[in-house]
Design a protein around this ligand. Structure first.
Ligand SMILES: Nc1nc2c(ncn2[C@@H]2O[C@H](COP(=O)(O)OP(=O)(O)OP(=O)(O)O)[C@@H](O)[C@H]2O)c(=O)[nH]1
Ligand SMILES: [Mg+2]
Length: 360
């Protein structure tokens, strides 16, 4: 037993693992709390630090943070709506960060203020993105007219979509008139993104073999603009060929309700080729949809969906956070596992219990 690895042996005293002054230093750096008025006036003045802190409140799971966040949003709402919201998606490594850095610089150069928000439901990936973005969006992240916000961490209370929607509101109130919503084109997130942007840009690689492989057809159907990335060097010919191939593939899809005919383009972020053409198409898209009424009706539709999402979420939280329900669920789950009752019967049983609760 004495030599067991599980026994505790007296050892030498270890040096402290953290700087003993760390707590003191942290306190020194600890941000002073801001009042509601300070948040709102800071945001309306375009202060990026205050904006960042308000988004942190939006992302927080703590009820008092949520409460304050909702008040801030309410006061910011009258100052929003005047932006171009562009969704940018593509598989990992397609060149999203490099593209945003390159086109972002161009867009700011035209006199715009740009906010970049990322939706990334998996924490594993967001870690990678943050590291990648620090190096790939170096110029943009330090530009005074840009605001870059990586993904909220996964698993925090509330949907990622809600947080992004609320962050958009705050960014617009802070005077950012162009908002990029970046998503990784591997899961649900691009459909979520599509539901909160005006125009959707899909970045694609000129792949070997079948050009239509690797990206879900459903995502391609959402795209208003498709751009083949890395159209430079030895890859250029392949990229141009892919662009032409996609252009004909796009024509096979049903027409968009917006009245816009999706286009296929090629670009290079490193050589800064094709970026102006992509931005021109974004502006053309906005002009067309503003003129034909789709822009406004689409945003109204989004607002309606957003309300239903809120209701869904509130009901969900109220149900699952109810102590009686919380207590009763494990036994019913066990009955289902033991095949004593069906999933439907289990759901009905828990709902009967819910209906009997005095206040809901
Ligand atoms: N040749 C060339 N390489 C590029 C271009 N854009 C990006 N790359 C390279 O492609 C790789 C991926 O680029 P990122 O911008 O990080 O791609 P991403 O889509 O943001 O990747 P994730 O954040 O992992 O999803 C990097 O090694 C870039 O240097 C381009 O225009 N031309
Ligand atoms: Mg990236």
């Amino acid at each position: 037993m004495m030599n067991s690895a599980l026994s505790v042996n007296a050892g030498v005293e270890q040096p402290p693992q953290v700087n003993p002054n760390a707590a003191f230093l942290r306190r020194q750096h600890k941000l002073q709390p801001l009042s509601l008025d300070e948040y709102v006036s800071g945001i309306l003045a375009g202060n990026r630090t205050v904006l960042g802190r308000a988004i942190t409140l939006v992302e927080s799971a703590r009820p008092e943070h949520q409460h304050l966040a909702q008040k801030i949003i309410e006061q910011c709402l009258p100052h929003t709506g005047n932006s171009i919201r562009l969704g940018i998606t593509g598989v990992p490594g397609v060149g999203k960060s490099s593209f945003i850095e390159a086109i972002g610089g161009y867009v700011i150069g035209l006199g715009n203020r740009l906010a970049v928000l990322a939706i990334d439901p998996s924490s594993e990936r967001s870690k990678g993105s943050i590291l990648g973005d620090k190096t790939r969006m170096e110029t943009l992240s330090s530009h005074p007219d840009a605001f870059i916000r990586p993904s909220p961490s996964a698993g925090s209370l509330g949907g990622v979509a809600r947080k992004t929607r609320e962050s958009i509101v705050l960014c617009e109130a802070a005077g950012f008139n162009v908002i990029f919503i970046e998503t990784v084109g591997v899961g649900q997130s691009e459909t979520q993104a599509h539901a909160m942007v005006d125009c959707f840009l899909l970045l694609m690689l000129a792949g070997a073999g079948d050009e239509l492989q690797g990206i879900k057809r459903g995502i391609m159907e959402l795209a208003d603009i498709l751009a083949i990335t890395k159209s430079d060097g030895a890859n250029k010919d392949k990229a141009i060929a892919a662009k032409i191939q996609y252009q004909s593939a796009l024509q096979l899809f049903p027409p968009h309700a917006s009245g816009w005919k999706p286009v296929s383009l090629a670009c290079s972020s490193t050589e800064k080729i094709g970026l102006t053409e992509i931005w021109k198409n974004v502006l053309d898209y906005i002009a067309l949809t503003r003129a034909n009424g789709y822009f406004a009706s689409h945003r109204n539709e989004q607002a309606k969906c957003s309300m239903h999402e809120f209701i869904h979420q509130m009901l969900h939280n109220r149900f699952y956070l109810n102590p009686t329900i919380e207590q009763a669920l494990p036994a019913i789950e066990e009955d289902i596992l033991q095949k004593k009752i069906s999933a439907y019967a289990g759901a009905k049983k828990i709902f009967e219990l819910w209906n009997q609760l005095p206040t809901q």
